[in-house]
Design a protein around this ligand. Sequence first.
Ligand SMILES: NC(=O)C1=CN([C@@H]2O[C@H](COP(=O)(O)OP(=O)(O)OC[C@H]3O[C@@H](n4cnc5c(N)ncnc54)[C@H](OP(=O)(O)O)[C@@H]3O)[C@@H](O)[C@H]2O)C=CC1
Ligand SMILES: O=C(O)C1=N[C@H](C(=O)O)C[C@H](O)C1
Length: 242
Amino acid sequence: MTSIGIIGSAGRMGQALAAAIPDLGATLVGGIDAGGDPAVLTRDADVLIDFSVPGALEATLAAARASGTPILIGTTGLGPQHHALIDAAAAEIAVLQTGNVSLGVTLLARLVRDAAARLGPDWDIEILEMHHRHKVDAPSGTALLLGEAAAEGRDITLAEAKVADRAGLTGARSEGTIGFASLRGGSVAGDHLVVFAGEGERIEIGHRAENREIFARGAITAALWLAGKPAGRYGMSDVLGL
Ligand SMILES: NC(=O)C1=CN([C@@H]2O[C@H](COP(=O)(O)OP(=O)(O)OC[C@H]3O[C@@H](n4cnc5c(N)ncnc54)[C@H](OP(=O)(O)O)[C@@H]3O)[C@@H](O)[C@H]2O)C=CC1
Ligand SMILES: O=C(O)C1=N[C@H](C(=O)O)C[C@H](O)C1
């Protein structure tokens, strides 16, 4: 039976993972939170699952590399420095990083990429997300993942197209940009809507997470897939064969 260690175990996702692990035929070896030592987990875990904070990543990856333990990273709010750490770790161990571990969003990203590839730059792309009042990062990791998919479809980089800070006298929309809007409130588990706005018509495709169990199941399924994989950087589309 595959054994799992959780980084961020007392958090909302950590608790959802702990509840779901036995149902999916795995065992929980333990978890850590702020101030915990990830090396304690790597002694017994076949694979790590991280849903914590970006600041934890450097120490977590160092422990995973030292022990050769594969790791799934679901934490969002990552910057370029974190992605550089992930790339370096992926040269030595199996790493799966994603802004969303659900089946639905993984498929949605594929649809967004295909739609963006087929529609010209005169179709404006806007990405709207809403999450619970406790969420600390914006735009959400999922919104950025969907923006990356749209940019890939258009054969551009998200960095060159991203507009996430509209306020005040912004001026008219620049063609080819990809806009983001973030709402926060209540207990929303995670809603995402991608709008392709053309002249006189709109296409809207989205996903609503109704609870955190879908993320827990997606993360555990992906972690079981990752355990025993060779070094490399993987995504949810590898797990789901999409
Ligand atoms: N990729 C995906 O599909 C999903 C991603 N997420 C992301 O997962 C992350 C966690 O979300 P959520 O569970 O709601 O957040 P919470 O704030 O509920 O939990 C975060 C946990 O991380 C712990 N933590 C803080 N610092 C460290 C550290 N240095 N080492 C280890 N653990 C630490 C916290 O412990 P303490 O209380 O002691 O500070 C807390 O238990 C977020 O980035 C969120 O966006 C969430 C859902 C799905
Ligand atoms: O913080 C959350 O709760 C979630 N975070 C992820 C994100 O930033 O997209 C995934 C999911 O939407 C829930």
